[in-house]
Write a new protein. Structure first.
Length: 277
């Protein structure tokens, strides 16, 4: 059966080992200076390692591989890394939805930070805890067709669907937007879309093969002055920045700037920096 699993491009891998640290399943090792998946059954396909790779060498693909074997993986972690690593594996399994949480309410405070080896991007959390409940906005008839102005000036927006030759890319900054940002932040339209073109993608759940090449074809347009990656704070979203950096390098342009804006899960901007390769 096909399932999601990581793949590693050894030509891009610099052997830094960040993915090894991020993987709670100990499914990755550095062998001869390159990261390698030691056994397919040890990878649960959740991609904790994805956003930690500084070169974009890791992707998640859907392949015909054996199922993830949680029991064998736990035994492997115990044998190779010891008790602390087993605890990290167990915590990750709960956060990934692969094991039930214990009745004693496993580390509830851990839902508010990125430690412990679990995937922060799939970790359950309640936003704005303690605020009074409000009635939902009525839907259907009785409301005007649009309450707030849209700043979206193009269609389509998904990276798979846009044409690199589309006229709406010319003369505008390009926003490379993560899929979740539009729900996390109420400011997306006026802060990021106004006066810009946009493409949308998820480095963890999309089939990203060809993304860097397509973005490079878009960014080769000489009238695009800057690209802006808008990502979430969760580590896996860093894969979007890595793809964009590869695209800038492939575009053949030396005058193109790339910036990264990171959003908190509650929507506010927590950092902005130049990440031009």
């Amino acid at each position: 059966m096909k399932r999601k699993i990581i793949t590693i491009d050894e030509d891009k891998c610099n052997g830094c080992g960040d993915c090894v640290v991020a993987c709670a399943e100990s499914a990755i090792q550095i062998i001869d200076g390159k990261a390698k998946l030691v056994k397919e059954q040890y990878c649960d396909g959740m991609g904790d390692c994805l956003g930690e790779c500084p070169t974009g060498a890791i992707k998640i693909e859907e392949l015909d591989v054996p199922d993830f074997d949680a029991a064998a993986t736990r035994a492997h972690v115990a044998q190779t890394c010891g008790a602390a690593a087993v605890k990290k594996f167990d915590e990750a399994a709960i956060r990934h939805g692969l094991a039930p949480a214990p009745k004693t309410a496993f580390a509830p405070h851990a839902h508010h930070h990125a430690g412990g080896g679990g995937c922060p991007g799939s970790r359950m959390r309640t936003m704005q805890p303690g605020t009074p409940a409000v009635a939902p906005t009525p839907s259907g008839s009785g409301l005007p067709p649009k309450l707030n102005p849209s700043e979206l000036a193009q269609w389509p927006v998904q990276i798979h669907l846009v044409s690199p030759q589309a006229p709406y890319f010319k003369g505008k900054e390009l926003v490379i937007m993560n899929t979740c940002g539009g729900l996390a932040s109420a400011d997306i339209h006026w802060r990021f879309l106004r006066g810009r073109s946009v493409v949308v993608g998820c480095p963890k759940l999309d089939d990203t093969s060809g993304y860097a090449e397509k973005l490079a074809a878009i960014l080769a347009e000489p009238t695009i002055p800057k690209a802006l990656v808008v990502r979430m704070e969760v580590p896996c979203c860093g894969g979007l920045t890595a793809i964009a950096q590869e695209a800038v390098s492939l575009s053949g342009r030396s005058d193109l700037r790339l910036e990264e804006v990171t959003l908190a899960l509650s929507g506010e901007v927590i950092s902005q920096e130049d990440v031009t390769p």
